[in-house]
Design a binder for this molecule. Structure first.
Ligand SMILES: [Zn+2]
Length: 249
């Protein structure tokens, strides 16, 4: 993985602007991991994908995150700061081989043995379209469960009772904890305690969007003042670019 250069930021911003967030996530990783195909990256589990995005964010912009949400109780603006290490679940993924990332898992629930894989970006696209939680559970099982057997005899997942489907879906989600990061927040206005989902794809994209627009502004200012081209301006270190900007402004 390599961190984004200024030029990478403009490139991903331009390519990703019209994409669905799920495609954006893969685009960001494909620039940081040029030796892996988009197809391979889309097969990463959602948690593996998000761990990579957190590391990429850390290498590109540092480990401090500042975000804002709304208190569900009083509607007040709730600002919060956290460090990537607070939410990063370390499973030594960097040393994990590609094959082990796609390895199937097995669980036993009430005498039923089930082989499954973790949901990836393709699955997530389908799951997020579900209308109800039951529908999402069933889609998850349908897509990610590879084989179910009871006392050595194959069983169809459709024959399982709803509570077992729910239990199984819950277990599959629990096996990929990085896929859903929940933050405990206290509202300073009404003291209400709430939980918020931290979505690294949306968060990082919003930052890249702002950074790309700022970089283009800087290119405009310096190109106008010095006649340098875009590639030359973007290849400068941020410190050097800022030094010239300070002289022009
Ligand atoms: Zn509040």
């Amino acid at each position: 993985m390599h961190p984004f250069t200024a030029s990478d930021v403009i490139t991903v911003w331009e390519l990703g602007e019209r994409l669905h967030p799920l495609e954006r996530a893969i685009l960001l990783l494909s620039v940081a991991y040029p030796h892996q195909s988009q197809q391979q990256l889309a097969m990463l589990s959602v948690g593996q994908r998000d761990r990579r995005l957190l590391l990429l964010r850390q290498m590109t912009m540092g480990s401090q995150l500042h975000s804002v949400t709304t208190c569900p109780n009083c509607g007040d603006r709730l600002e919060f700061a956290l460090n990537i290490s607070d939410i990063y679940i370390n499973i030594n993924e960097i040393n994990e081989s590609l094959s082990s990332q796609y390895e199937n898992k097995t669980v036993q629930i009430a005498g039923v043995e089930c082989q499954f894989r973790l949901p990836n970006s393709h699955d997530l696209a389908i799951l997020t379209a579900s209308q109800t939680i039951e529908e999402a559970y069933r889609s998850l099982i349908e897509r990610c469960v590879l084989q179910i057997s009871q006392a050595g005899t194959p069983v169809s997942w459709e024959a399982l009772p709803p509570e077992m489907i729910e239990q199984l879906a819950q277990h599959i989600s629990d096996c990929d904890p990085q896929a859903e990061v929940l933050l405990d927040l206290d509202c300073p206005n009404c003291q209400h305690r709430c939980q918020a989902i931290f979505d690294i794809v949306a968060f990082f994209w919003a930052e890249l969007d702002a950074l790309a627009k700022r970089l283009l502004q800087e290119v405009h200012t310096l190109a106008k003042a010095y006649g340098w081209d875009e590639a030359k301006i973007l290849s400068m270190t941020a410190t050097r670019r800022q030094f010239y900007l300070d002289m022009v402004m």
